[in-house]
Design a protein around this ligand. Sequence first.
Ligand SMILES: Cc1cc2nc3c(=O)[nH]c(=O)nc-3n(C[C@H](O)[C@H](O)[C@H](O)COP(=O)(O)OP(=O)(O)OC[C@H]3O[C@@H](n4cnc5c(N)ncnc54)[C@H](O)[C@@H]3O)c2cc1C
Length: 385
Amino acid sequence: MHLQLNEEQQFIQDTARRFSADELLPVAEQLDLGAGREPLLGNLKKLAELGFMGLNISADYGGTEAGSVAFSVALTELGRGCASTAVTVSVTNMVAEVIQACGSDQQKQHYLPKICAGEYSAAGFCLTESTAGSDPAGMKCRAVKEADSWVLNGTKLYITSAEYAGLFVVWAVTDTQAPKGKGITCFLVEANNPGLTIGKAEHKMGQKGSSTNEVLFTDCRIPLDAVLGAESQGFKIAVGELAGGRIGVGSFALGIGLAAMDYARQYITERQQFGQALSNFQGLQWILADRYTELEAARLLLMQAASRKEQGLSFSKEASMAKVFASEKANAACYSALQMLGGNGYSAEYPLERWSRDARITSIYEGTSEIQRIIIARELLLEIV
Ligand SMILES: Cc1cc2nc3c(=O)[nH]c(=O)nc-3n(C[C@H](O)[C@H](O)[C@H](O)COP(=O)(O)OP(=O)(O)OC[C@H]3O[C@@H](n4cnc5c(N)ncnc54)[C@H](O)[C@@H]3O)c2cc1C
């Protein structure tokens, strides 16, 4: 693994950093306060134009073909500016990647250019249901094959970008007789399908600029060739794709943690108490040292997972290690940074309380910290020969 970024990765990181500071950060508070979707949708379009919606997608389909390391560093920079935008970019890239990995030629040619060019504002990932969260193989959503179409019925929960996604990857049970997890198939469903409706919007603690809704399928007819990958292989596809998605979540979690610590570091050099700058107190210096050390370790774990993915090596354990560590250390960083601002940290006049709320979900979605630890431990035990 190269610890230095190559020229292209550096360029992508610089571009993302500039865009984040110039375009995302200035509207992040507005989005958090519910000022409408326009600033988000405008920035998603610009990000697509800059090549951020298909970072790991072949140029043949309009992608940037920059690889997983570039994806990770880009997401960290976007996370610094606006977590709601970063999660949208992360999930959209994840959907593009699953189509590239498992789609037919026709599906790739039809959908990938639209995602990469921003013709769809975003793409959504419909796995979770009310009774199937950490255990998605327990899903109830059904798809039945008829002569000329599949008919989909069921409700998905907590779907990121549901209100403005143009395309959804949807998992449903197609073989009720198969053992658990073996009879699930994956489908591509366009948002304008009359059988698909967007349901209740979640009232969330953070990442309020990103929509999270129920998605309902009611006798939703989709063509026979809307199956993504082979029939009954859907669960395997989900597990594979979530591993890549975890690099995205860990990466922008790191960005939120860095934003919080950078803010607090500057603040303690300016704020005076006891006749001197707060940064003179060793009690705060040690917090600074510990949190930055943890965030740097998170960055290296993310690089390791992304680099293995890029090389075609197994990376599921490494992605889970990176996600659990980065998301938990980002939360710790936000907690410490807020503490370093004292009462101002708790006030909405300063961004620390928003970053703390935005960071919280990163250790829950795309597999909770507990589920990441299960994956890591399972692989560690399997490695014993
Ligand atoms: C804002 C937001 C956006 C989301 N976006 C999407 C999306 O785009 N697409 C999508 O499909 N889903 C999405 N989700 C769903 C998310 O992935 C799930 O919420 C998450 O996987 C946890 O599932 P759950 O909420 O049902 O919790 P549960 O599975 O009910 O878990 C509750 C608690 O029990 C613990 N637990 C569960 N099983 C075990 C075990 N075996 N051992 C130890 N502890 C365990 C969990 O870690 C957790 O702490 C989103 C959720 C939110 C809140």
